[in-house]
Design a protein around this ligand. Structure first.
Ligand SMILES: [Fe+2]
Length: 455
């Protein structure tokens, strides 16, 4: 029996294996590129180490590819068949088993069970944070991070990671002031903490502080050479601020140089790229042939159904490119999956993802009335597909655009009134609002909105 850096027991006799796992967790939390190799090295030291086997399973799950599922199940079967496990390791096996079945809800519960007894299990906390995010449950995010916070202090290794997670959880719950305070403190403690930097960017996005956001993320492109794919998402936030500030050249520069890694499987890459292109198109900007690669890649993933949020963006890329037949095949495949699958992923696909994708396809096909009819009732109920408030905001923007293009001006007026109240510094929204008010003959209100747009 050895201990990790925070004093938790690991069933291994190898000190080196335990140290390698510490490094793997730190690398994983810091969005480095070495966690997989470090876990492999730990297994090289002790092939029977159950925690290392679980970590390998977790990292394989993060590949978001069903092809690796049998390999993970094999590991799980071996671990369940009588390997030496302490109670914490048994719960990690339980979490991984639920996750591989798409049962994100019970995976989260297993990590919560770990954290109740072992609040310093940073890997359990981060995985819970990620899955609570994938299932769109902001209150669960906040509840669990704040639930362990009392057992952490600035001397505990990884404290800034916890601060960054708490910042994000607070932001998603609308507590922007506290979120920014915790996020900034985390970045001061660790200036390369991408999650914390990103949490502060979320606060600025939600408060419509777009100019400040461009400055917060006005960073040298080569700043993070040893960070993994997640850095592209931070650049995506920079691009959003620039779209809102109408710095379209900068947004394209970020898309072309930092976002469009070709044929990436990662949910985050697909959603970054598709969401940025669609936001630019809604702003009236021609994106050229940038949908092509994304649509081509999406066509190869229509039967995956790993994450509803990723499926929504595959569908968007296919429909935006005009590949409607494949987009419809994708929706049919979702329906088959929803009928036969189990757990959160299948349920969210059935209740939320399929109608959302029907709306997306209708919108891209120019059937704006149908898109509005489908999207309006669910516009505030999209959380189960996962993602952040800022990410899901794209679907509200699509609804507004459909309402404008479909001549449903009172619908558009209501949505834009809500939007400018929420994002008072967002010039494109004020501009759209002014146009809709003008089209409705409300000239005085239109002038006042136009003044905000030009301010
Ligand atoms: Fe984000």
């Amino acid at each position: 029996m050895k201990h990790d850096i925070r004093g938790l027991e690991i069933s291994t006799s190898s000190e080196t294996a335990a140290k390698k796992l510490d490094l793997a967790v730190a690398d994983y939390l810091d969005y480095g590129t070495g966690a997989g190799s470090l876990v492999k090295e730990a297994l090289g030291e002790d092939p029977d180490c159950a925690l290392a086997q679980c970590y390998r399973g977790y990292l394989l799950m993060m590949l978001e590819n069903r092809a690796v599922f049998p390999k993970i199940q094999e590991t799980l079967d071996r671990l369940s068949a009588g390997a030496e496990l302490n109670p914490r390791e048994r719960l990690h096996v339980k979490a991984l088993q639920a996750w591989v079945k798409g049962d994100l809800f019970n995976a989260c519960l297993a990590w919560e069970e770990i954290l109740e007894t072992y609040p310093l299990d940073l890997m359990a906390l981060k995985l819970h944070h990620t899955m609570a995010f994938y299932t769109g449950r902001s209150n669960v995010l906040r509840s669990v991070v704040s639930g362990v916070l009392g057992e952490w202090d600035e001397d505990t290794p990884g404290y800034s990671n916890v601060q960054g997670m708490y910042a994000y959880a607070l932001e998603e719950c609308g507590d922007y002031e506290q979120a920014e305070r915790w996020g900034r403190e985390a970045t001061e403690r660790n200036p390369e903490d991408l999650w914390a930097i990103h949490s502060v960017a979320h606060v600025m996005e939600m408060q419509g502080r777009t100019k400040e956001g461009t400055q917060w993320l006005d960073l040298p492109a080569d700043l993070w050479p040893r960070k993994n794919f997640f850095k592209a998402h931070v650049w995506w936030h920079a691009a959003l601020f620039n779209v809102a500030e109408r710095n379209y050249d900068r947004a394209f520069q970020l898309f072309d140089n930092e976002l469009s890694s070709t044929n990436s499987d990662k949910y985050i890459d697909v959603s970054n790229q598709a969401a940025l292109l669609k936001r630019l198109e809604i702003a009236g900007v021609d994106v050229g042939d940038r949908w092509d690669l994304l649509a081509e890649h999406s066509a190869t993933r229509i039967n995956d159904h790993i994450l509803p949020f990723r499926d929504a963006h595959f569908c968007l890329a296919l429909a935006a490119k005009g590949n409607f037949d494949i987009a419809r095949q994708h929706i049919e495949s979702m329906a088959v999956f929803a009928r036969s699958g189990e757990g959160w992923t299948a349920e969210a696909t059935k209740t939320t993802l399929i109608p959302l994708c029907e709306a997306i396809v209708a919108y891209e096909a120019g059937e704006y009335a149908r898109a509005c009819d489908l999207l309006w009732p669910m516009r505030n109920e999209l959380a189960p597909i996962g993602g952040s408030l800022a990410q899901r905001d794209l679907f509200t923007q699509i609804l507004i655009d459909a309402a404008v293009k479909g001549g449903r001006l009172t619908t558009a007026r209501s949505l834009l009134s809500e939007r400018v109240a929420r994002f008072p510094h967002n010039k494109p929204s004020w501009s759209q609002y002014a146009q809709v008010l003008s089209d409705l003959g409300e000239t005085d209100r239109a002038s006042r909105a136009a003044a905000h747009a030009g301010a």
